[in-house]
Design a protein around this ligand. Structure first.
Ligand code: ARG
Length: 253
């Protein structure tokens, strides 16, 4: 008897998997993973995850007839979670990079990001070049596993030009800057603006460290889901919805 139950269960699971392959994990729920430490793309407000990515994802889910569930996890758990199917997709101001493209698929891009440099107002660091100067030995704060971390690790730490301090949250890196534990923070421009606004005595340098494209990450095992999300996103870009969501959070200067 037990065997039959087990067999039936195994069969049911096999059928489910076949039917669900390439689509969302659950019939009517789409699970988005993010790291809500990245205003204005995703952050907590009254115990809720809000921001550009949350709204774009909600609009995508709505278009596809799904209910959206958002999970808030560490940034370095996003790609593994997408790969194992724990989450249907990750929307986290995530930059498309060659390395990540080997691990997950990306939708078309919906926004541009700039890696910028935050320093104290009276800092001797005045441009990106200063970080690369011989004997600079700058201490750079970053959010763990972000492109700011990757670039500074490759370009500066590995080259013996300085060191990288990795924090779980961008805001923690900024706090370390305020308290003098690091000399600068390399982070995406929009969160940089928010952090500088909230922490007097800091400024963003004019020079850009890198310019990048943000996109939504989907498992390589879910090509149909990627296509659906991409199509919905394309429509939301075309009809101006994405732009108006971005403008709601990033007022024109
Ligand atoms: N754009 C950078 C990257 O992809 C940082 C993204 C951080 N996002 C976040 N939600 N904390 O690595």
């Amino acid at each position: 008897m037990k065997k039959i139950v087990a067999l039936t269960l195994a069969l049911m699971m096999a059928v489910c998997c076949l039917a669900g392959c390439g689509e969302a994990k659950n019939e009517n729920i789409l699970t988005m993973a993010t790291n809500a430490e990245f205003p204005p793309y995703e952050y907590m407000e009254n115990n809720e995850i809000v921001g550009i990515d949350a709204e774009i994802s909600r609009a995508i889910a709505e278009k596809l007839g799904y209910e959206l569930v958002i999970e808030n996890v560490d940034f370095d758990s996003l790609i593994p979670g997408v790969q194992t199917g724990k989450y249907d997709f990750a929307a986290a101001g995530m930059t498309v990079t060659e390395d990540r493209l080997e691990q997950v698929d990306f939708t078309q891009s919906y926004a541009t990001g700039i890696q910028s440099i935050i320093v104290k107002e009276d800092s001797p660091i005045t441009s990106a070049d200063d970080l690369f100067a011989d004997g600079a030995s700058t201490k750079i704060g970053v959010q763990l596993a972000t492109t700011g971390d990757l670039y500074c690790t490759w370009d500066i730490e590995d080259e013996g030009l300085g060191s990288v301090e990795r924090y779980n949250k961008g805001a923690d890196a900024v706090m370390a800057l305020t308290s003098g534990k690091v000399d600068c923070v390399v982070i995406d421009n929009e969160p940089a603006k928010v952090f500088v606004q909230n922490n007097p005595g800091l400024k963003i340098l004019d020079t850009e460290y890198a310019v990048e494209d943000y996109a939504i990450a989907v498992s390589k095992d879910k090509p149909e889901l990627l296509e659906s999300i991409n199509k919905a996103l394309g429509e939301l870009i075309a009809d101006g919805t994405v732009q108006s969501i971005i403008e709601k959070y990033i007022p024109a200067e």
